[in-house]
Write a protein that binds this ligand. Structure first.
Ligand code: SDX
Length: 428
């Protein structure tokens, strides 16, 4: 094998050869621009719709090996993080590269608690939506609106200002989520309870009634905290790519999170957990599973087995494994089985042995079982994508800050292959 770490390309149009260095398993597509037929030629570009094979950045936050089903944050396996840390510790890890010491965690938690309130006007903003408004639409709008309450957030190149906005967004996204839910069910808004931890506080703002304090079952809090850990970051997924693209124009982080949440809302991305529950309800019984699988394989109406498949994982999504075992724990704690779990299990059993799915390496992903746990926690189906957005905000923000600090980055502006009419005159 040659020691030359490069590609030699021959342009058969001109018989010229070009040497492109191979760096970190990539070749620079800007290097293709040198390949021209003459001086006037713009040069070659790479063409990669949906970025199937394009690295857009260097990042040290999350590592995924799709073939092996590996997910690590700053080098720590997701399985260990789920078992041994809390969501706030993972959020700190994503931002800072290391798990916090006890003192660092105390400071970080205090910074977030200090920002855990919403401007009074945000109540009216949330109440202005129809009661049946989808909470993801409310979240997207509220995040954009929040940016107008914090004009200093535009100073994205100031590290101290960035950190304050990061604390504000991590602190306030669960409040917006809970208040959107309360608006939908016609219940008064509940303020954060400073005596509760981050995840317990979210449950209190969701569930508290007239009682002075709502403390959820500690095992339920832990289960939801694990779900938050599992959803925190996932390298360059669709919504993170959106966060980076918006961040590259130096827009404020609230506007960038609003855009990222909009991308997450799609049923092919974070909206899949909601779509899985609708799918399981539609199937209805275990005996209807074989016919449903047949319909999916027949491709009738372009239907997909929601919660299955992944652009990167061509193996079992490691998060789905953790969530599947978490589901059993939650049902035991709550003393109730969700009949849809049996349908999900039967779907998985059949799919994992069916040639159609095996050939396409389609396995359960993070969205396949998560909704069943949210349902057991009596979280409404349309809030499921919001449950994804709450923890993913820390991943988006960590990736956003990494982009702003990356000397190789500038405003994202891809090129195109023009297929339209080149020139014509208006004849009038
Ligand atoms: C998330 O990127 C991330 O990291 C995302 C995420 C994160 O944490 O940020 O992991 C979160 O978004 C998980 C994915 C949630 N989405 C779903 O569960 C929706 C259902 N799955 C898909 O539609 C699909 O699998 C995607 C969108 C997830 C990935 O699609 P790709 O990589 O673009 O694959 P593709 O659409 O080109 O499909 C390849 C083939 C096609 O068949 P053929 O044309 O070869 O015959 O596989 C088939 C597809 O029809 N296929 C499916 C399928 N997913 C792909 N067939 C049936 N059911 C499915 N779910």
């Amino acid at each position: 094998m040659s020691t030359k770490n490069s590609l030699t390309i021959t342009d058969n149009r001109t018989s010229k050869t070009y040497e492109l260095p191979i760096v970190d398993g990539t070749v620079s597509t800007m290097g293709l621009r040198a390949i021209k037929t003459d001086e006037k030629d713009f040069g070659l570009m790479g063409y990669d719709p949906a970025f199937m094979n394009t690295a857009s950045c260097r990042s040290s936050i999350t590592f995924i090996d799709g073939d092996e089903g590996i997910l690590r944050h700053r080098g720590y396996p997701i399985e260990q993080l789920a078992e041994k840390t809390t969501y706030l510790e993972v959020a700190y890890l994503l931002m800072n590269g290391e798990l916090p010491s006890a003192a660092e965690l105390e400071t970080f938690s205090a910074e977030i608690s200090a920002e855990s309130s919403l401007h009074e006007n945000m109540k009216g903003f949330i109440q202005s939506f129809l009661p049946n408004a989808h909470p993801m639409g409310m979240l997207i709008a509220a995040m954009g609106a929040l940016g107008t309450f914090y004009p200093d957030a535009k100073q994205v190149l100031d590290a101290k200002v960035r950190r304050r906005q990061i604390a504000r967004i991590i602190a306030q996204i669960p409040i917006i989520a809970a208040w959107s839910y309360r608006h939908g069910v016609g219940k008064p808004f509940v303020n954060p309870d400073p005596s509760l931890g981050y995840t317990a506080n979210f449950l209190s703002m969701m569930k508290r009634g007239s009682e002075p304090r709502y403390a959820a079952h500690p095992d339920i809090v832990k289960a939801l905290d694990v779900l938050f850990i599992l959803h925190a970051d996932h390298e360059q997924n669709c919504s993170t790519n959106t966060m980076r693209a918006i961040g590259s124009s130096q827009a404020d982080p609230f506007s960038a999170v609003a855009g990222a949440a909009a991308a997450l809302y799609g049923p092919l991305h974070g909206g899949a957990n909601e779509a899985v529950l609708h799918m399981l309800n539609e199937i209805g019984t275990i005996d209807a599973v074989p016919q449903f699988i047949k319909d999916i394989k027949a491709g009738s109406g372009g239907r997909r087995l929601m919660g299955f498949g992944h652009r990167v994982y061509k193996n079992y999504d490691p998060r789905a494994k953790v969530i599947k075992s978490l589901a059993d724990r939650v049902f035991d704690i709550l003393g109730k089985q969700n009949p849809l779990l049996q349908i999900a299990r039967e779907l998985e059993r059949i799919a994992l042995q069916d040639e159609y799915f095996v050939k396409r390496k389609l396995y359960p992903n993070v969205d396949f079982y998560s909704g069943l746990i949210y349902q057991a926690l009596e979280i409404p189906i349309d809030l499921f994508p919001v449950m994804f957005a709450i923890p993913r905000a820390s991943g988006w923000l960590a990736q956003w800050e990494e982009l702003l600090m990356d000397k190789e980055q500038k405003i994202a502006r891809p090129r195109q292959i023009y297929t339209g009419i080149m020139l014509r005159d208006i004849k009038r």
